[in-house]
Design a protein around this ligand. Structure first.
Ligand SMILES: *Cc1c(COP(=O)(O)O)cnc(C)c1O
Ligand SMILES: [Zn+2]
Length: 420
């Protein structure tokens, strides 16, 4: 029952609506997609996945690059949208030369409307909420999910509640949630505690949950993988061998794997050509890395987590049951990096003109580490995913960068200061 690349294409069950249904990844129970609010399996509480009777090939994708180019891979033709996706795939010559891989690109998800990839999930998730007719949306968040939900909820005209760990959310993200009009509840606890509370609220019918436990969000996030394949092929003529990405709740790891599984099933991609998924966590919040290193089937929750990369300060990655098979079946791995290595990678990206928040830089820090250990080979074509924009966390950026130098308000004084 593990999610594997060679899975046969399933027949639609009676519960399917327009060729779409929900399936439990643990017990294969199926459910109608939009008839009732449901986040996990009624029978065994396992994670749910959206399934489709028809899976598209690359020829089916039409229109501008962006989430809704991939409508044939999604449950709707259109969403609550402000042009999410279609983010740049940058060359990073300095880091490419330094790491010595054959080809290196950075997929900068910080270029989404609210500055993180979370917008891709929300354009689909908030559309589902409309279909279900719910009147309050909620999430727990390390920051970016709350910014995206506040924005898309505002766009849909729906009330939004966000639960944030007090004192642990970067300034830009709180400002966004605030201006877009969400009610912000600062919880005296970490992200995992926020998610426990908001999941409870959702179970009691108080709000519709839009954390990545919600299987529809991951549908939107699949499009990161689809865009990477199309852009990388356009730019280099090939597909990437490996995708390196930061891991928090492991939603993206799960979503990219699902995108590739579906392409394999539709015949659009050879199983051998699926990029190797490589997850990176901060040393102070690395339960996925622990599970991969120890060969465990389950991820054990870390009660205490700490890292400067607040977006991945997560001890209980809810999508681990979907993400672990993704890493293993694609021949990938997971690695932990220190906060110093993250900040160093943030500076390296900035030198190549790419401004990211700390969690995003974890991907490049992980690439560096795995090149040093030899795990990533010199002939590999690699994409690093950078998940959020530099301005999300101005304090971290200022701390990592150069300090301003006070000078007098006259030219001679300035020249003297410059030592000329
Ligand atoms: C949400 C987030 C992550 C973590 O992504 P997962 O899909 O939960 O693993 C990483 N970086 C940034 C900037 C984020 O906002
Ligand atoms: Zn089940």
């Amino acid at each position: 029952m593990t999610l594997c690349l060679s899975e046969a294409r399933p027949d639609p069950p009676e519960t399917a609506v327009d060729g779409v249904w929900l399936s439990c990844i643990e017990c294969d129970a199926t459910f109608a997609p939009f008839e009732a609010v449901r986040y996990t399996c009624d029978d065994c509480d396992g994670l749910l996945e959206v399934r489709y009777a028809d899976l598209p090939t690359f020829e089916d994708f039409e229109g501008e690059l962006g989430v809704w180019r991939y409508a044939d891979a999604l449950p709707f033709e259109a969403g609550v949208s402000i042009d999410e996706g279609g983010t740049p795939l940058y060359e990073v010559p300095t880091i490419e030369a330094e790491t010595g891989v054959a080809d290196l690109r950075v997929k900068h998800e910080g270029m989404n409307p609210t500055g993180s990839f979370k917008d891709r999930g929300m354009t689909v998730g908030v559309r589902v909420a409309e279909r279900l007719g719910v009147d309050r949306l909620a999430c727990a968040s390390t920051g970016n999910t709350s910014a995206a939900l506040a924005c898309y909820g505002a766009r849909a005209g729906t009330e939004v509640l966000v639960l944030l760990p007090a004192g642990k959310v970067a300034a830009g993200k709180v400002a966004q949630a605030s201006l877009h009009g969400a009610r912000i509840l600062e919880v005296d606890g970490n992200f995992d505690a926020c998610l426990d509370v908001v999941s409870d609220l959702a179970d009691r019918g108080e709000a519709y949950l839009l954390n990545s436990l919600n299987p529809f969000r991951l549908e939107g996030q699949k499009t990161i993988g689809l865009e990477i394949l199309e852009q990388f092929r356009d730019q280099t003529g090939d597909l990437p061998d490996r995708i390196v990405l930061p891991v928090g709740n492991a939603g993206n790891t799960a979503a990219l794997y699902k995108a590739f599984r579906e392409l394999v099933r539709s015949g659009a991609l050879d199983a051998d050509d699926v990029p190797t998924l490589t997850g990176v966590q901060a040393e102070g919040a690395a339960p996925m890395v622990e599970a991969i290193e120890e060969g465990n089937d389950e991820v054990h929750r870390w009660e205490e987590v700490e890292t400067r990369a607040t977006a991945i300060r997560i001890g209980n990655p809810v999508n681990a049951p979907k993400a672990l098979p993704g890493i293993r079946e694609t021949g990938g791995t997971a690695v932990a990096v220190s906060d110093e290595e993250i900040t160093d990678a943030q500076r390296a990206l900035a030198r190549d003109g790419v401004g990211v928040e700390p969690a995003s830089a974890a991907s490049v820090a992980g690439l560096r580490k795995l090149r040093e250990s030899g795990e990533i080979a010199a002939d590999e074509r690699v994409v690093c995913l950078t998940t959020g924009h530099l301005l999300k966390d101005p304090d971290a950026a200022a701390a990592a960068g150069a300090d301003p130098e006070p000078v007098p308000a006259d030219t001679d004084g300035v020249l003297e200061h410059l030592g000329e």
